[in-house]
Design a binder for this molecule. Structure first.
Ligand code: HAM
Length: 431
């Protein structure tokens, strides 16, 4: 589990703001999910024999002896929320959520035990049009983050639970025949979850899989038609993709369409977004049969992609330096005046930082410089006595200027009307 320093947090905030705007523009509505749910919810919906449930959940008993789990993903919670609150009853829903997820995995670059997801889940639409909408929406997200060149879309169809069960037997039979050549992990999965062997990164196992039966040969007619239609729409809309028969996803609830957005720029943890249909899930927790489809994006992985090019914003625009007891008090009041002014006269958002604590002007101006501020306002005993303030431009050459305090608003308004609007600032969107 990681600490996030200001720069990393700013990157996350930047990504979240951009993705939230895209979700809003498609009419998706935000929901909030509890971080802790009943363990039973995940074991039932995500699947007993998945890696997540078998070995990755943070599970504990509460004071009542009830088994609870830190959510490893958001789909199960969303299905529960939708079902318990009647959202799936004869209605169409487009929902989204964001927040931390927890999995006890072996940490490495791009894989953490606490990580952030933004996910979208839709109910009541059998597709494939809504499947395509999700692909368009995610593509747009990569465009606004300017990383679309590094990402590609991969699709597969998993058919129904029944077709998968038949395929599972065929795959198991085939792999049992070459059992002695399988790697250790795949051998373990042979009985419990043979489909996950398709995901193997071990070269030898990948070679063996070349001769394995394909899930596509076992698909039911409805799933084949769904997948054909989906591909036809994507082709017509010129959204590029490739079909990857090895995408099985690590969660049991999927049927028909599954998809992933993948990059080569992150090494082994290259999937930044994964999703698909889960038409049986609402019924599985006691609701009326309702189609569902969604995806989740790993924000930590997007942050790794953006990190090298990301320009951190500076801490301050205006830095107030003050020496002397009176001046230090006046500095705080002056900063409040400027913050008031930015709503009225200035019409721009500026960050004002006051030098708190002692220190000579020289050291305070050094701090002003490293804060990134373009203006320093200087207050000493003389300025305070005369109701004045000294202005020093930190990024342009020129003399310092002494002005009357009541003229400061006009001065700043004139100054900010001639410089570029602020860009990319955590918590402050572009003007
Ligand atoms: P998932 O594939 O398990 O799917 O996770 C989605 C994304 O979360 C991954 O593609 C990855 O970017 C990120 N992620 C997963 N585990 C980690 C980790 N340990 N560290 C960092 N990032 C990670 C789901 O969670 C499904 N609920 C997606 C979904 C929604 N399907 C339908 N609706």
């Amino acid at each position: 589990m990681q600490d996030w320093l200001p720069r990393q947090k700013e990157i996350f905030r930047f990504i979240e703001d951009k993705l939230r705007d895209v979700l809003c523009s498609y009419g998706y509505q935000e929901i909030g999910l509890p971080v802790i749910e009943s363990t039973h919810l995940f074991s039932r919906l995500v699947g007993e024999s998945t890696d997540i449930v078998e070995k990755e959940m943070y599970t504990f008993d509460d004071r009542n002896g009830e088994s609870l789990t830190l959510r490893p993903e958001g789909t199960a919670g969303t299905v529960r929320l939708a079902q318990e609150n009647g959202l799936t009853f004869n209605q169409v829903q487009r929902l989204w959520y964001a927040g931390p997820m927890f999995r006890y995995e072996r940490p490495q670059k791009g894989r953490y035990r606490q990580f952030e997801q933004i996910g979208a889940e839709c109910f009541g639409m059998p597709g494939p049009d809504i499947d395509v909408e999700l692909m368009f929406m995610t593509k747009r997200m990569w465009e606004v983050l300017e990383i679309s060149a590094d990402l590609r879309l991969e699709l597969n169809s998993l058919g129904t639970a029944e077709s998968r069960a038949e395929y599972r037997i065929a795959l198991q039979e085939y792999l049992s025949g070459v059992k002695h050549e399988l790697d250790e992990d795949s051998l373990k999965r042979l009985e419990s979850n043979p489909l996950r062997i398709l995901d193997s990164k071990v070269e030898k196992t990948k070679d063996l899989l070349q001769g394995a039966p394909h899930l596509s040969e076992f698909l039911d007619a409805d799933s084949i038609q769904h997948f054909d239609q989906l591909r036809r729409i994507l082709d017509k809309q010129q959204l590029s993709y490739s079909v990857n028969p090895h995408i099985v996803r690590g969660l049991d609830y999927y049927n028909k369409t599954v998809f992933e957005w993948v990059t080569d720029s992150l090494g082994a943890q290259g999937t930044v977004c994964g999703g698909g249909r889960y038409d049986g899930l609402v019924e599985q927790i006691g609701g009326k049969s309702t189609p569902g489809v969604g995806f989740a994006i790993g924000l930590d992985r997007l942050a790794l992609m953006l990190e090298p090019e990301f320009e951190s914003s500076k801490q301050a625009d205006v830095y107030i330096a003050a020496v002397g007891d009176n001046a230090r008090v006046t500095a705080l009041a002056l900063a409040e005046d400027i913050r008031d002014l930015q709503l009225t006269t200035l019409q721009v958002k500026i960050r004002v930082v006051v030098n708190c604590g002692e220190g000579k002007f020289k050291s305070q101006l050094k701090k002003a410089d490293s804060s990134g501020a373009s203006l320093a306002l200087i207050l000493g005993d003389d300025e305070v006595a005369n109701g004045q303030v000294t202005i020093k431009h930190l990024r342009e050459s020129g003399e310092q200027k002494l002005i009357n305090s009541e003229e400061l608003g006009t001065y700043l308004a004139e100054y900010y009307s001639r410089i570029e609007p602020r860009h990319r600032t955590a918590g402050m969107t572009e003007e």
